[in-house]
Design a protein around this ligand. Structure first.
Ligand code: SAM
Length: 257
């Protein structure tokens, strides 16, 4: 389907895999994986595993005596995750919701939740089952953006700000989850060990448009009256003319149970 701004809506699984394959995507994912310090034989849980982006990496780390459980609520994501992990006998893909994890209490040594809490109905209610699923001493790694920090360089600064406001107030459910991640994990009963922030910088318009939904969300903001049509169209057109720069902050928290 094509929007009025000529931007094709990406297939969800392809979108996630492409975002993960950018330099910035690879860097924060590797950092989170290093922090988690996954050992052979461990049971590792990936909540909101999407198309199984990182299940292979977890499988390699836990080895043949470990277990990797990928949970997602979206059947299309699960189908993609199954395809990508065919031939990895230690990987189990389970359909389920973060608010009611299909995982035995106290069975998980390492857990990860990567850009999922920003979408859930109730982040606190999603962290409680994660706490129950983990063993004492388990490590849990979380990564979530804070969309209030989204900056898009343009001469028309007001429309850049209006775009960020639309993203935070309408487009993303829990748009400011990044800054509250450490507090929320403490409130869920975890002990916070490390808090890091990274700021991916996009200088390629196409990559930013894909990951940040510049065209898609500008069109929606125009349609819903959040951005005036002429301003939105001119702002979006100016971005594609370059030079281009956009950035936002992504927070990573490592905590223990
Ligand atoms: C941005 S994608 C991230 C996927 C994966 N963690 C990664 O890093 O590639 C968010 C994923 O969270 C899943 N998700 C959102 N809300 C969920 C919920 N309440 N329970 C389980 N999965 C959920 C979506 O279906 C989607 O696959």
């Amino acid at each position: 389907m094509t929007t009025n701004l000529g931007v094709r809506r990406p297939d969800k699984a392809a979108y996630m895999l492409r975002a993960a394959a950018t330099d910035a995507g690879r860097a924060y994912k590797q950092q989170l994986l290093d922090l988690l310090d996954v050992r052979t034989g461990q049971t590792t849980l990936d909540v909101g595993c999407g198309p199984g982006t990182d299940l292979g990496a977890f499988a390699e780390l836990v080895g043949e005596n470990g277990t990797v459980i990928g949970v997602d609520r979206d059947p299309a994501m699960l189908a993609e995750a199954r395809d990508r992990t065919t031939g990895l006998p230690t990987v189990e893909i389970r359909e389920g919701d973060a608010h009611a994890l299909p995982v035995e209490p106290g069975s998980v040594d390492r857990a990860r939740i990567d850009r999922v809490l920003m979408h859930v109905a109730d982040p606190a209610a999603a962290l409680a089952p994660l706490h129950r699923a983990t063993r004492p001493g388990a490590l849990v790694g979380l990564a979530e953006p804070d969309w209030d920090t989204l900056i898009v360089d343009a001469d028309d600064l007001d429309t850049s700000r209006a775009f960020t406001r639309y993203t935070t107030s309408v487009a993303v459910r829990n748009a400011t989850i990044g800054r509250s991640l450490a507090r929320r994990t403490e409130q869920a009963g975890f002990t916070v060990l490390t808090v890091l922030a990274t700021a991916p910088v996009f200088q390629d318009f196409q990559a930013a448009d894909h990951t940040l939904g510049l065209g898609r969300n500008t069109q929606k903001a125009i349609d819903s009256g959040h951005i005036e049509e002429d301003l939105g169209r001119r702002w979006f057109a100016s971005l594609s003319e370059g030079p281009f720069l956009a950035s936002f902050s992504l927070f990573t928290v490592l905590c223990s149970r």
